[in-house]
Design a protein around this ligand. Structure first.
Ligand code: ATP
Length: 141
């Protein structure tokens, strides 16, 4: 399923000249709604593309990790300053509204992703090295 999401975004990836690496373990299943989990992957990948620098790199992994299923989406780019990291999951929160505004969006994507992940009793978190890279980690049973 995640492969098909990547396919739908191929055009933008090409346009920004991004490199996409992915490591996807076959036959992983998550309990709950796969449509909703697809939406989470879509939100994270869409952000990775939007906030990546041109010629940047995006890495996606989906694998078993310490008995959980873990999805990570990492992109190179400006990143998120530490003081904003816990707020980006709030509704309508955007880090730099002038920079962010030209990328469209309302600041809802991550709030939706968080609510879906929590409904599935999972966890979502972000870490970022400013001016280097940002990584989102989703952990599910
Ligand atoms: P949309 O509602 O279309 O998703 P959005 O991208 O602004 O709009 P969120 O997905 O909720 O909303 O993201 C919130 C904010 O977090 C973004 O405005 C951006 O500032 C920051 N952000 C999210 N992902 C990244 C990323 N990969 N790199 C840098 N900043 C990010």
């Amino acid at each position: 399923a995640i492969d098909s999401i990547i396919l739908t975004m191929e055009a933008v990836i090409y346009e920004k000249d991004l490199t996409l690496d992915y490591e996807i373990e076959p036959n992983l299943t998550v309990s709950g709604s796969s449509e909703q989990m697809k939406q989470v992957a879509m939100i994270l990948l869409d952000n990775a593309i939007k906030y990546s620098n041109p010629q940047g790199t995006i890495q996606v992994t989906l694998k078993r990790h310490h008995g959980h299923i873990q999805l990570t989406v990492c992109n190179t780019g400006a990143g998120i300053p530490a003081e904003h990291l816990d707020k980006i999951f709030d509704r309508f929160y955007r880090v730099d509204s002038s920079r962010a505004r030209k990328n469209g969006g309302y600041g809802l994507g991550l709030a939706i992703a968080k609510s879906i992940v929590e409904q599935h009793k999972g966890k979502i978190s972000a870490k970022s090295v400013p001016n280097e890279k940002t990584t989102f980690v989703v952990q599910l049973d």
